[in-house]
Design a protein around this ligand. Structure first.
Ligand code: GLA
Length: 395
């Protein structure tokens, strides 16, 4: 029931083998970048809010080498064929579609004056796609880290994350916030990443208690963020702020939203209530963690999920079912808190729980979810892991 996270060393070896097989090349540069899960602070990274994700122990690995040509030749382990990019040209969006993540990141380096030499690369992933665990941000951050290796340069971590976010905006057309790329770039073992999205500064918050763990349950249902739901939510929050006449959501109180309720109109008033409430919940959660009071996270995670379901309307029945099962298991069964995580419209839930009971909790989540939906979920545990990095031999 509880899946084992594939070992990074094995992924790296598989990436090198894939590169040899598909491109007849030998890896000299290998980059790894993790996905992320968000404990709390959802859909407020683009509202100057606070978010608290961490990098998970699931990675995208890119193994490759310079090839002495003007082309990048890239293969992906799950897909046939290869993407061929003329790296002497300023990159534009193109085909295959998945190559746009790489094209966008290469363009970011080109915009900074870098000349990109031709290279061969093979991509492998242990991050389930479409599961709300930021495989896109991981692919962008892995590409940026690979290019750092290829160019023998190092970008400032924040600049690297912002370059990757711009790639997603311009080449994939998802107007995402900064959470995913920051989590993938800044991740550290045993640390949550509390991001102040107004200042753009991450703070590493200890998550060291070995008695706790985080279960990620992939509902196996997903709707593309680029199908408009995400962009529409973002638009609602921009409309709300404009009607409230404030420069930043950080200046808006719950009383402001209540006072302007009918002027905001539905659904912008409910979207606004979510933003203000979620910012307050995340600040409260960060303060609780600073006191090592993990129990306080339970009610905050519950309120976050309810608000995402009812006010922000980014949940779906499968996510609600998974969260409900975790709630029923309750504290006596080892669950501290559960909620949907990430952009929503499907994807995964996050359950903070006692490590000693994680296997039993995962078994109940899997069985009861399958009974209710007919779908077998994918469940694994994760603790905060290392962010994007170049893998040196022996690692
Ligand atoms: C997606 C986006 C993030 C963030 C979350 C919701 O993952 O990429 O920027 O907005 O949704 O919290």
């Amino acid at each position: 029931m509880l899946q084992i996270n594939p070992n990074l060393t094995d992924l790296v070896a598989d990436a090198a083998a894939g590169l040899r097989q598909r491109l007849q090349a030998t890896a000299t540069i290998t980059a790894a970048a993790p996905g992320r899960v968000n404990l709390i602070g959802e859909h407020i990274d683009y509202c100057d809010g606070f978010v608290m994700p961490f990098a998970i122990d699931r990675y995208i690995v890119i193994a490759g080498c310079a090839n002495g040509t003007n082309e990048a030749r890239i293969c992906d382990h799950t897909l046939p064929g290869m993407a061929v990019l003329d790296v002497t040209a300023m990159q534009q969006a193109g085909t295959p579609k998945w190559s746009n993540y790489l094209r966008g990141v290469i363009r970011g380096f080109q915009d900074r004056g870098h000349h990109i030499p031709g290279f061969d690369a093979f991509i492998i992933s242990s991050i389930p796609g479409g599961a709300g665990l930021s495989s896109s941000a991981a692919l962008e951050c892995a590409t940026a880290t690979f290019l750092e290796g290829l160019l023998d340069t190092v970008l400032d971590t924040k600049e690297k994350a912002l370059l990757c976010q711009k790639a997603e905006h311009d080449f994939v057309h998802v107007p995402c916030g900064i959470m995913d790329q920051f989590a993938s770039a800044f991740g550290k073992p045993n640390r949550l990443i509390l991001i102040d999205c107004q200042s753009g500064e991450p703070e590493l918050v200890p998550f060291e208690n070995p008695d706790l763990t985080v279960l990620i349950a992939n509902t196996m249902v997903h709707h593309e963020l680029s199908d408009g739901g995400y962009a529409l939510r973002r638009k609602h929050t921009e409309d709300g702020l404009a009607i409230l006449g404030k420069a930043s959501w950080r200046d808006v109180t719950a009383a402001d939203v209540t006072a302007a309720w009918s002027q905001l109109g539905d659904p912008v008033n409910r979207r606004s209530r979510h933003v203000v409430g979620e910012i307050a919940r995340t600040i409260t959660a960060a303060a609780a963690l600073a006191r090592n009071d993990f129990e306080a996270l339970g009610p905050l995670m519950a309120a976050s999920h309810d608000s995402l379901r009812d006010d922000f309307e980014v949940s779906c029945s499968e996510l609600d079912i998974m969260v409900e099962i975790a709630r029923k298991i309750g504290r006596a069964g080892g669950v501290i808190g559960a909620r949907m995580t990430g952009g929503g419209f499907g994807g995964s839930t996050v359950t903070l729980c006692d490590a000693s009971k994680a296997t039993a909790i995962a078994a109940t989540l899997a069985a009861d979810y399958a009974a209710a939906t007919g779908i077998s979920p994918q469940i694994f545990a994760s603790r905060p892991s290392q962010g994007a990095h170049l893998v040196t031999s022996g690692q």
